[in-house]
Design a protein. Structure first.
Ligand SMILES: Cc1ncc(COP(=O)(O)O)c(C=O)c1O
Length: 362
């Protein structure tokens, strides 16, 4: 069975010497490798400050804290995402105000975002769902007009581009996940990418109980709530080895995604998505809209390909549905949405066979 998602690990020959070195170095906690990984990640993205953490969820939580979201505030978000995006909003005691999505991409519709803004709105959370970039320009315009910070959840979108610039360089806060099945995994881990040096320094405090690691414990005075969210040297070492090969991984996703974009055009009962001009998805999953989704899932399954909608729309969780807003576009989109495998593990032969299975009808 060709899976929808898969863990990528560098070869033993490359990973094990680095891992063995750090494991027996006497220093497995947060130390030099963590700093080296952060600086290497900044270089990969092309600037900003990278704050490494033990999960993408921790990155979402810290971003919301840095923005100053408090109980009673509202954050505009999308229901088309994995649960952590919206659970994090509840972690800071805020309410989730869902905006509707753009029919062509599944990303938040900037006009719908605008219509959700009220005096309690504190931030806008956007998600590059399945690796598809959001409408950066239009979202920036809305955010600037109302003076609202944007947090980009790019957990699915490492290596995606908009106007030739990678996700992580478009908004003041961007979240990446290095959980088991993402483009880059450190086993578990995450990164909060921030523009502002002061945010980076505050983020460092929050990730370690509010304690300033540059001073001794006795010299410290905790003045704000912190957590145990740091990355350790072992995960950072895996991250560094993964980062050295990340272009090959992302390029394989992109090549397979573009192949599917090209060869699934015009298939009866299937619509490909159209992406924003000058945007380049990193195709964590391949997303299409199909009639009789269950029929196609069954047919692909019989032929050895996993396909599914993967995520439950988040407004269907009681705890994540604060306002019960109607989301008519999401309603239509979600009914037909299907994810197909398109990652590095698909060979040319696999993708050709998957296309011919789909073309033979279901
Ligand atoms: C869209 C999205 N946001 C955030 C997260 C949270 O990442 P993590 O599992 O690293 O906490 C995930 C991943 O699982 C995700 O899919």
């Amino acid at each position: 069975m060709i899976p929808l998602v898969k863990t990528h690990m560098p070869s033993k020959e490359v990973l094990m010497p680095a891992l063995e070195k750090v494991l027996y170095s006497g220093y497995v906690a947060q130390g030099e490798q963590v700093d080296v990984f952060e600086r290497a990640f900044e270089t990969y993205l092309g600037g900003g400050h990278s704050l490494s953490l033990n999960s993408g969820t921790a990155a979402l939580h810290i971003a919301l804290m840095l923005v100053g979201v408090k109980p009673g505030d509202e954050v505009i978000s999308t229901a088309l995402t994995a649960e952590p995006t919206n659970v994090a909003i509840k972690m800071v005691g805020a309410k989730i105000r869902y905006a509707d999505i753009d029919e062509n991409t599944g990303a938040l519709d900037p006009l719908s975002i605008q219509s959700c803004i009220n005096e309690r709105t504190k931030a806008i959370m956007v998600v590059d769902y399945a690796g598809i970039p959001v409408d950066v320009k239009a979202i920036r315009q809305v955010a600037d007009k109302y003076g609202l910070p944007v947090i980009e959840d790019a957990a699915h979108a490492l290596g995606s581009m908009y106007m030739g610039i990678k996700a992580g360089r478009h908004f003041p806060y961007t979240v990446f996940s290095f959980q088991a099945i993402k483009h880059l995994t450190t086993v578990d881990g995450g990164m909060l990418q921030v523009d502002d040096e002061e945010d980076y320094q505050q983020g460092k405090l929050i990730r370690w109980f509010g304690i300033d690691k540059k001073r001794t414990r006795l010299d410290n005075d905790i003045v704000r709530q912190g957590f145990k969210y740091h990355m350790n040297n072992v995960n950072a070492t895996i991250g560094l080895v993964q980062l050295a090969g990340i272009d090959t991984v992302v390029d394989a996703h992109v090549s397979n995604g573009q192949y599917l974009d090209k060869h699934l055009q015009g298939v009866p009962g299937l619509d490909c998505l159209t992406y924003y001009p000058n945007s380049q998805p990193s195709y964590w999953l391949y997303t299409a809209l199909v009639d009789d989704r269950e029929g196609l899932i069954r047919k692909l399954g019989e032929q050895g390909f996993m396909a599914s909608e993967l995520h439950k729309r988040n407004d269907w969780h009681t705890y994540l549905n604060d306002f019960h807003q109607p989301l008519p576009v999401l309603e239509r989109f979600y009914k037909r949405m299907l994810h197909l495998p398109c990652g590095w593990w698909l060979s040319n032969e696999d993708r050709e066979r998957m296309v011919s299975v789909i073309k033979s009808g279901w």
